[in-house]
Design a binder for this molecule. Structure first.
Ligand code: SAH
Length: 392
């Protein structure tokens, strides 16, 4: 694969994607997922990459050294390295569920592996990973000693890669539904077969704990609660009341079950199946107010192209949440959109506060838990960001 003149710059900075528009020509016709050499217009070697004929991200880099050839040896080493990093984080003290492989950040573009106890759940999200999926499954079994691997390759991004949707057990038996994990002392039932993503939002682990520390004595509103993570954390931390809102019935059913599992289904907990955009307006009409609000919406902007529409949606929920916040109240507001930078997100929230007529102090920032590492040369990987604000 030869790039157009000048289009080698991002690869020289070790950014791992080659967009279709940067390519001048191909040598031959590589198969989907095949490893190809990427060269500059002057013929200079740039990288080994996995070819993806359908995707706008036409190739994803395996390595930047000509002698570092992709293959089984590289796969095994990368998986070993990813597991060694997780061991060094010593998360076992706080949880038995963690992200074991985080795609580009672990040198395995398009591969996500989450470990829930001894069950692994994998997502294969690129043509390159699809091609070596069997080897990956074998290495994961060998290196983790897991009981089984369940595949959840049913994410929308597979379509962009021209790959069919697929889900099911690929090693061992299908895991129980739900299975149970523990995180910071809270038990969660997780549906790895039917839940969102691989079943649980592991990236918010430490932020859930932070909310637990802030919740004592507060009336809490948790918007986009999914299976109750922030709600249970707030209740465990001594919240006075918690209202939780989500549009997914199955997620709420599991959330209720999780509350019961932990003896946290006390009076004062409300679980509402509703659209958050509507709920925030209705709550204002009803004169409700809170002193801790969590906003953890789904990805409004998967790519930069969606940023303007996403900005409107973020502004709307932040503005209406701030209106429900009592003076001195806290707002923990998140964005998991790769297409919205931390800087842009802060500007949107500041605009929302101005329009709500609310002055707020920035008390802190949130990021993904450390088992979701971020490569400096790949800023898109820093998808989760959050602000902790206090209303003055
Ligand atoms: N905070 C959660 C994860 C949130 S994921 C945790 O810690 O586990 C985002 C959630 O938003 C999903 O559960 C999804 O069902 C819900 N959702 C998406 N759009 C919504 C809307 N318009 N109103 C209410 N919930 C919505």
């Amino acid at each position: 694969m030869i790039l157009k003149p000048g289009r080698e710059k991002s690869l020289l900075r070790r950014h791992p994607w080659v967009f279709s528009g940067a390519i001048d020509r191909l040598d031959g016709v590589p198969e989907s997922g095949e490893s190809v050499q990427v060269r500059a217009s002057d013929g200079r070697f740039l990288a080994w990459a996995a070819y993806s004929p359908r995707s706008q991200i036409r190739a994803r880099v395996w390595s930047f050294g000509e002698s570092e050839r992709p293959g089984k040896g590289m796969l095994r080493t990368r998986i070993e390295r990813a597991l060694a990093l997780r061991r060094s984080l010593e998360l076992v003290e706080s949880t038995n569920a963690q992200r074991l492989v985080h795609a580009e950040a672990d040198g395995l573009p398009g591969l996500v592996v989450d470990g829930y106890g001894d069950t692994l759940v994998i997502q294969v999200l690129s043509a390159g990973i699809e091609r070596c999926r069997d080897d990956i499954a074998d290495f994961l079994c060998e290196l983790t000693g897991c009981a089984g691997i369940y595949e959840r390759s049913d994410a929308d991004v597979r379509e962009l890669e021209g790959l069919p949707v697929r889900a099911g057990a690929i090693r061992g038996d299908a895991p129980p539904v739900p299975l149970e994990i523990v995180e910071h002392g809270i038990r969660y039932a997780v549906d790895v077969q039917g839940g969102q993503k691989t079943g649980f939002y592991l990236d918010q682990r430490d932020n859930r704990r932070r909310i637990s520390e802030l919740a004592r004595g507060r009336d809490v509103l948790n918007c986009f609660c999914y299976t109750g993570g922030f709600s249970l954390s707030a209740l465990a931390g001594g919240a006075r009341s918690v209202v939780s809102v989500d549009s997914s019935g199955p997620a709420l059913a599991l959330a209720r079950r999780n509350a019961a599992l932990n003896g946290l289904d006390a009076p004062g907990t409300e679980w509402l199946e509703a659209d958050v955009f509507r709920y925030l307006r209705d709550a204002r009409t009803q004169g409700r107010s809170f002193d801790l609000i969590v906003l953890d919406p789904p990805k409004f902007a998967p790519t930069e192209k969606h940023a303007p529409a996403a900005a409107r949606a973020y502004k709307d929920i932040n503005l209406n949440a701030l209106r429900l916040l009592r003076p001195g109240g806290l707002l923990a507001t998140f964005s998991c959109s790769g297409g919205v930078s931390a800087d842009l997100f802060q500007k949107i929230v500041a605009g929302a506060a101005a329009d709500a007529g609310a002055s707020a102090t920035l008390r802190g920032r949130f990021q993904a838990a450390p088992d979701h590492p971020v490569l400096l040369e790949f800023p898109e990987g820093e998808y989760l960001k959050g602000l902790l604000l206090q209303r003055n």
